[in-house]
Design a protein around this ligand. Structure first.
Ligand code: FMN
Length: 402
């Protein structure tokens, strides 16, 4: 019976938790080298996936929870950070995007200066959206104007990301992750306040840049990843990034949703794994069960990289909307403009209750996710399996001598 309770023998003594510790754990003050990816609002609901409950659940289980902070106003971000603090006394982090459009100073007259009006977009693209809507039997509606709501919190002269970083520092958040862009503009201030900086990259060139710009850890994200992703696989990217940025330590991302992959990236030299898809189907993940179930139903080959949603390459569970967009063969517009292009379409899909057409970002590991479970159970199984793979299984299968 004992053996049936958990598929992986527990190490570290009788009934105790397995031991799996790296220098990253010591630096940040956590038990296991597993980081919850700071997943923002790309799950079709317009809300972040990694909110306070999920962050606290992962941190309480011994990993590092990271909030998907990009879309929060400074006040909302502060409230969510305080909620996390009320749910856990363990370390946690916040993920923001630092690409140029999040760094431009705002003014009340031009709230999002880089985003054009829909009338300014190419007719070819607007016509395509109308054709796609008609082919999917969606009546195109326009959402109510939300510029007033945005205008409420924007302090003229401050950038979106800059206002959020101020809150992180004031609230004493121990870890900051930049999902896009470089930490250059904020690195000195963050370090002076004791914040550890993680920066996501998908290429060796970007890895060199963020390491030079002050990242304490470079997160090498392979194409397997859900959400925004690049073209290089984790197995190829990770060692190349490690060589390029040494002695800066590296964290692996993309394709780690179980203990075998966790063991693999630790064996390659990563100090931790940054995991999104694995936790997408957790009870605490903030997305509808319908979307979690689509991920559970998806096979590894059912995800597709598309520029439809943001103008940048993003991996999603495929759906008829993505297929229709790809058939049009158009070049996507830049980030910001592409969002404006599809705004009415996404709003109309939601209004029509056609949830099967909503954005559903997820990675290639979708094919190995089998059940909705508590985040703690996902993390504990991953850690136990990795400890087992690195310890007894490895020694029994491979004979090594140097
Ligand atoms: C639904 C979803 C939302 C995401 N949102 C963000 C985000 O806001 N910021 C970010 O840095 N990465 C985001 N990502 C990417 C993750 O940070 C992470 O790199 C990726 O999930 C790792 O690969 P995996 O999905 O194979 O675990 C998102 C991923 C998913 C699946």
């Amino acid at each position: 019976m004992l053996g049936m309770a958990t598929p992986f023998p527990i190490h570290g003594g009788n009934m105790s938790r397995p031991i799996l510790r790296t220098a990253f754990c010591n630096r940040v003050g956590i038990e296991y080298p597993v980081i919850l990816a700071g997943m923002g609002p790309v799950a079709g609901t317009g809300e972040p996936v990694a909110t306070g409950e999920l962050v606290a659940a992962v941190s309480n289980a011994g990993g590092l929870g990271v909030l998907g902070g990009v879309a929060y106003s400074p006040d909302a971000l502060r409230a969510e950070i305080r909620k996390i603090k009320s749910l856990t006394d363990k370390p946690f982090g916040v993920d923001l995007l630092l690409s140029p459009n999040f760094l431009v100073p705002k003014s009340r007259d031009a709230i999002v200066p880089t985003a054009p009006k829909v009338e300014q977009l190419p007719a070819s693209h607007r016509d395509a959206i109308a054709r796609i809507a008609a082919s999917l039997d969606i009546e195109l509606l326009s959402p109510p104007d939300d510029s007033e709501v945005l205008g409420d919190w924007i302090e003229p002269g401050k950038s979106w990301a800059g206002s959020q970083i101020e809150v992180l520092i004031e609230e004493g958040v121990p870890v900051f992750a930049s999902g896009l862009g470089t930490p250059a503009a904020f690195a000195d201030e963050l370090k002076a306040n004791g914040v550890t900086i993680l920066s996501l990259v998908g290429t060796v060139k970007a890895a060199r840049q963020v390491a030079a710009d002050g990242a304490d850890y470079v997160v090498a994200q392979g194409t397997e990843a859900g959400g925004h992703t690049g073209r290089i696989g984790t197995l190829a990217l990770l060692p190349q990034v490690m060589d390029a940025v040494a002695p800066t330590p590296v964290v692996a991302a993309g394709g780690v949703a179980g203990g075998r992959a966790l063991a693999g990236v630790l064996a390659l030299g990563a100090e931790a794994a940054w995991c999104g898809s694995a936790f997408l189907v957790s009870h605490e993940a903030n997305q509808p069960d319908l979307q979690k179930d689509r991920i559970l139903a998806a096979a590894a080959e059912d995800t597709i990289v598309t520029r439809l949603y943001s103008g940048k390459t993003m991996r999603n569970v495929s759906n008829p909307l993505i297929e229709a967009w790809e058939r049009e063969g158009l070049q996507a517009l830049p980030m910001g403009a592409q969002g404006v292009l599809i705004r009415d379409l996404q709003y109309s899909i939601e209004q029509a209750g056609r949830h099967e057409l909503l954005m559903n970002a997820a990675g290639q590991t979708s094919g190995m996710l089998t059940a909705r479970r508590p985040a703690a159970a996902i993390l504990e199984e991953m850690v136990a399996e990795a400890a087992e793979a690195l310890d007894t299984r490895l020694k029994s299968r491979i004979h090594v001598a140097v």
